[in-house]
Unconditional design. Structure first.
Length: 50
């Protein structure tokens, strides 16, 4: 029972993040952090489209 309540609350929290683009902001910040920690620029300078 408690697990279902927690899962429901988490689902609501993620839905709110998705609706206000918080999830995208977190994703971008993590990507920039990882790129810079590997000595790369925060934004890629080249994009390959297939």
């Amino acid at each position: 029972m408690l697990v279902k309540i927690i899962a429901s609350q988490m689902g609501c929290a993620f839905a709110k993040w998705r609706n206000d683009d918080t999830d995208q902001v977190i994703h971008d910040l993590l990507r920039w952090y990882l790129r810079e920690s590997k000595g790369r620029k925060a934004d890629p300078s080249l994009v390959v489209l297939d």
